[in-house]
Design a protein around this ligand. Sequence first.
Ligand code: ATP
Ligand code: MG
Length: 640
Amino acid sequence: MVNTSLSFESTYWPFKRYTEVYKRSLQDPEGFWAEEARKLDWFKTWDTVLEWQPPFAQWFVGGELNACYQCVDRHVKTWRRSKVAIYWEGEPGDSRVLSYSTLYRWVNKFASVLKNLGIGKGDRVTLYLPMVPELPIFMLACARIGAVHTVVFSGFSAQALADRINDTQAKLLVTADAGFRRGKLLELKNISDEAVRLSPSIEKVIVARRGNVIPKMKPRRDFWLHDLLDKAVVFVPAEPVESTHPLYILYTSGTTGKPKGIIHGTGGYLVFNNSAYKWVFDIKEESVYWCSADVGWVTGHSSIVYAPLCHGAAIVLYEGAPDYPSVDRWWDIIEKYGVTIFYTSPTGIRMLMKYGEDEVKKHDLSSLELLGSVGEAINPEAWQWYYENIGGERCPIVDTWWQTETGGIMISPAPGIEYAPLKPGSATFPLPGVNADIVDENGKSVPTGEKGYLVIKTPWPGMLMGIYQDPQRYKETYWSKFPGMFYTGDYAIKDKDGYFWLLGRADEVLKIAGHRVGTIEIEDAVVSHQAVTEAAVASKPDPVKGESIVVFATLKQAVSPSLQLKSEIRQHIRRTLGPIATPDEIYFVAKLPKTRSGKIMRRILKAVASGSNIGDLTTLEDEASVDEVRKAYEELKKEV
Ligand code: ATP
Ligand code: MG
């Protein structure tokens, strides 16, 4: 495949090694990725590296491999059989440690359980489990026999679970009696029963024991996992599957609308993640790696399960809430397991920032070497706090930009290749093989320093294979805005040094008196005021300016809201960004509406502000936050 637009020539200057690798990867993508693919164990080598029939890409066509084999079997043939694979920490304080050989034993037995229930290659299996070791084990067991898993976050409602089961037509649901959530038991089996009533495709339900709850079990439909394990055999061969065989279907967070069922294949996905993980986290044999995301998001799939285990890494898996039973729980876990790499989200950092540094100082965090951030742009305030207080000013922060659709990390510092000087708030540069660019409305590259739409100009191996059962939506969402380019839906800017800065969702860009301003730019300015912890910016139509700026902010615990504070914040934004960005309205709320994965749902704020329809709320964390925003909004209307 010939690449016609190499955009790095003038920008990615001083990093010699990175520039070399990056350049080569775009000049000869197929040669480059074939070399990366050889780092995995293939049962059969591919015939063609890439078959690109836009907009569908097939990687390593003709090749055969198995994801579970990559993540487990490979390691038990070496000294890693006695290495820790998973340090698991339960919310109540119980823990389990699984070596690679223990993991091997379990994935075989779980695969046997699946087979005994009639599950085979291509069948869809829904996993609705808390963050217990059984969750990654079931994912791997599905992969072992070629079944396709769909993990549904265990905080979702029966309806959200049923929607996902119905969309994938799963035959089997795996759940638990209950899961812990801030000390309380969430009765997952009962929720599952409600969902199964709405999902006729489910034939069998497996129930793992976690909470010692005795749920109702329906004969011949529901089975306890421990009973099934009694009848399981100890070895089930890892089935060679085609490189393009689907590994999983995963729904996006639903920040911008109805969640999309993203399909990822096996070969390309693993090759991409295996390489990206090494580049970004510079993983070493002795690393102890902890990603605090839930396995139910793409971060959990790629950055807790598949990429680290491909490398034979030791991972930490934590079941519960960051602030339970006390607000230093995360720091306690880092100390307890000697975590060297910690990967979390800006929303998590901002939440714990609220409690102050003393909570952090109670713990020895000197094992940390590298920090990561994902999920949203990290505002410079939170970046600095993370850098100073958690990383002790010695750990670089990798700010990683990616999406469910991209399968793996796309834009990020890459200390595994070469350290670039970091700029707080910038995800820095695209990884090798990622042909990222920023374009204008007509698909033309924008000059340095100008804002535009982030696109990926050529396929990469981690790219989604499609939206499940909906090729039309796939084409429309990603490939129709700019023909031949993958449209990310995000807005970005490249600075004079070639660094990428993500500026929020493109459909949230505000057009004010002819200027285009990213929501993140204004939010960063609001959050840099010392009274504010979090902010979200939305817009509403304005007959004169086009759009006017509406700010929703949460305040630090010790601060009380006042009109004086509003005017201070308004002045502060004016000073930071200029008069054009001065908000027309500011609201203080106790909580911002967020998705379960911690992303702010600005579309809800926009709907409230402009009085339009609120849309799909199935992935919202807390419905009360919407009422709260509405209330704040209405009260202010009275004040004015
Ligand atoms: P939906 O597509 O259903 O609206 P979503 O986009 O929130 O949901 P995800 O795939 O989980 O679902 O999130 C990907 C998005 O998260 C990216 O498009 C981007 O907007 C944001 N994001 C992730 N990491 C970063 C980062 N490091 N910096 C800035 N934004 C990020
Ligand atoms: Mg998205």
